[in-house]
Design a protein around this ligand. Sequence first.
Ligand code: SF4
Length: 383
Amino acid sequence: MLKLHGNALDSNIVVGSRQLFTVTRSSALVNSEKRRYAYLLDGMDVDSDYGCYLDFGGTHKSSSHMDGYLNLPKEMGYLAEGDIISVEPSGHANVVFRVKSPHNTILLTERCNHYCLMCSQPPKDVDDSWLMSEAMGLLDLIPKETGNIGFSGGEPTLYGAQFIELISKAKKSLPTTAIDVLSNGRRFSDLQFTQAYAAINHPDCLLGIPIYSDDPVRHDYIVQSSGAFDETVRGILNLKKYNQKVEIRIVIHKQSIERLVQTCEFIARNLLFVDHVALMGLEMMGFTRANLDSLWIDPIEYKDTLSEAVAVLNAYGIRASVYNHQLCLVNPDVLPNYVKSISDWKNEFVDECNPCQRKSECGGFFSSSKIHRYSDNISPFIG
Ligand code: SF4
């Protein structure tokens, strides 16, 4: 797994609060610009006007006397021109944007009004509104040619009007960048909020909203919040009334698999106009690990059910994808819907995959699955 944050091994940096810096090797920047850049040390003499100077594992220790020197773990040495980091007063650095990654997701909050059994980012009841301020600042720094960024939580819409401002700013700052937002959709049951969101008229903003069952009681149990199903469905209906893009996301586990086919039938009958449905494998993070016994089911046990669910969506002409699954654990009939979806920084393979001749077509594993739980039925394609 790629290391996305780390404590400084050695630091001479003074910042009052978390501060964003764009990584650069350029010595041709005008002086007034240099303060917002983190210069990648390469052993050559360099001006002293940059916001900070990045070293990895102390390779350029001779520069450690410089104001702004920041010696990060060598595993973060992949940082390159245009990447963006946020640096805390302690010298702790977080990688918040990587130019070469198609999977840049910006965390907006850890607060949430759900408490999902399999939440990968367990909610915290804290004031973390600084994350929203940082995201606003980040939009000014992300390169205009960026193809796609994501916003996640927690529940981003808990910010209310500030969330609307964020999407507005994303449209102005990055007019050709597609946006993916992960939301439970409940806030959109408020028609006025949906109208304000729709009024932004973002050309390419997709809301990824989960529905875990056609049975309201089961959905509410999975998200641990009563009344969630009704508000989420009303939210989706409001969004589509105003022609907003919606993706329905179904995480597959022991609690959702029993009614997966019926859930897809429910979507086909009642929400046919959604833009995409994602059928997703389980990530072994956060609450999933604590609730593993009530969630884990080997994908080989549900591969026929998955085929049936995909067939329902395909039959109704709904665009559908199978995410986060290993190629050897799905039936060939779902391959037209199979997508290699796991974000690059947490995507790995296990030793059993070494001889597999179809590894390049396979989505592989979450790093967390490799550590905590994966199928006993991995079978490499050979010959
Ligand atoms: S053996 Fe590994 S690489 Fe091959 S299909 Fe299965 S999970 Fe993928």
